[in-house]
Design a protein around this ligand. Structure first.
Ligand code: FAD
Ligand code: EPU
Length: 350
């Protein structure tokens, strides 16, 4: 017979999170619930306030679980955002404004844009996870970041339950950064995001291997669909599919160093990979640094460093979150020792 809590809130206890994180880490949430609209989220938060004995202060919001590493059981309420729907909320001669529910799968949103010839997100094809998390770390790939197409988002404050609209400025986007990782960390549930897409495409093919891939594909008339296909080809050639090998994409950020530090490193290591930034600093390829330390393809138990992309840590099956975390610490230490560069984890450690 279900407990009164289960009847009222549809909260499940001691719930396995293994299918809900792309690392495939086998941990349990003390409590777990889902919501698919703002009203049911409010109801959930409202009812929780009146309950005693539940760890209600800091529910953990979960999207697709593709940027988290669970290092142990989660002694909190985990709430999974499943708000769906994509709708056109405004348009002018050059743009459309699409509002997507936070629970919409990101790549499904990209496919919707491709089908309708709305340009701007084609370079962001095949990034796992959901719309709601896209502004969290300002997802980026192949020369484009969410900030380039972001219009605004709506979020519900976890304590006050007020709905707040965040503009692009409010979000304070940076490289894999936003206000939701700092000032507003764990304070809001993002419920929808509105993106501004272009009716007339501005192709962005300058990054990495896109041009070469387009040539290989023998593309004559460039289109957003061709760029998406090129990006998908490149990604699938080097990033592990989480359905096959557990992972959360890049485990670390690419570090920025002052130009003088870069020059000094280049003297010692002529093949070092770095990109000059507008602020005069240089962004180093963390994958290169990690590979030079000998980690690429390393495996201890079921925790490893991917054979094709050293920046991606993997779970070959039964690794614990702690084993992956400990491996990340060993990598971080060795990069610090060899190059004097401190890596920062990109994945959210929970
Ligand atoms: P989750 O992992 O569920 O959550 C991530 C964080 O956001 C957590 O702190 C969570 O509490 C919070 N959160 C989630 N949803 C909400 C919400 N609605 N409201 C408030 N907080 C929320 N990222 C890139 O930027 N570029 C890439 O190229 C890229 N490639 C990847 C490739 C692979 C194979 C994988 C596995 C991951 C990759 N990632 C990449 C990382 C990941 O896909 C993104 O960070 C994605 O945005 C995470 O979405 P999610 O829904 O899975 O978030
Ligand atoms: N490299 C190596 N060895 C490796 C991996 C990379 O030497 O094992 C060097 C190569 O010289 C390569 C360069 O690093 O040319 C850059 O590698 P890649 O193009 O694969 O990109 P990245 O810098 O490793 C970043 C993002 C990815 C994003 C790609 C494409 C970060 C932390 N990662 O990876 O994002 O998809 O660029 O834009 O910025 C993610 O955030 O999870 C993610 C996968």
């Amino acid at each position: 017979m279900p407990t009164p809590i289960q009847i009222k809130l549809m909260i499940q206890e001691n719930f396995s999170l293994k299918p809900f994180n792309t690392f495939g880490i086998d941990v349990h949430a003390r409590f777990f619930s889902r919501f698919n609209n703002v009203e049911s989220l409010r109801q959930l938060l409202d009812d929780l306030k009146q309950m005693s004995g539940l760890p209600i202060d800091t529910p953990l919001v979960l999207g697709g679980g593709s940027n988290v590493l669970f290092t142990g059981d989660v002694n909190r309420l985990v709430i999974k955002n499943e708000i769906s729907g994509i709708r056109l909320v405004a348009e002018d001669e050059d743009h459309v404004y699409l509002q997507a529910g936070a629970g919409v799968n990101w790549h499904q949103f990209v496919l919707y844009c491709l089908e309708n010839n709305y340009a701007g997100v084609e370079n962001l094809s095949l990034i796992p996870g959901n719309v709601g998390a896209s502004p969290m770390q300002n997802i980026g790939a192949y020369g484009v970041e969410i900030k380039d197409v972001f219009h605004e988002l709506e979020a519900v404050h976890l304590e006050e339950q007020t709905t707040v609209v965040f503009s692009k400025t409010d979000c304070a986007f940076g490289y894999r950064e936003s206000v939701f990782k700092h000032k507003h960390k764990s304070s809001f549930v993002i419920t929808s995001v509105t993106y501004k897409l272009s009716k007339k495409p501005h192709f962005n093919t300058s990054y990495g291997a896109i041009e070469a891939e387009l040539q290989k594909m023998q593309v004559k008339d460039l289109s957003i669909q061709a760029i998406a296909k090129a990006v998908i080809n490149i990604r699938t050639s080097k990033l592990p599919d989480p359905q096959v090998i557990g992972n959360a994409g890049s485990f670390f950020k690419n570090p920025e160093v002052p130009a003088e530090k870069y020059e000094a490193l280049k003297e010692q290591h002529p093949s070092i990979v770095g990109y000059k930034l507008d602020n005069g600093h240089v962004k180093l390829a963390a994958g290169w640094l990690i590979e030079q330390c000998g980690w690429k393809g390393y495996r201890k138990g079921d925790a490893g460093c991917h054979v094709k992309q050293a920046l991606v840590l993997v779970n070959y099956g039964k690794a614990s979150g702690k084993e992956i975390f400990d491996l990340s610490t060993a990598i971080l230490d060795s990069v610090q020792d060899k190059f004097g560069v401190l890596l920062e984890r990109e994945v959210n450690i929970i």
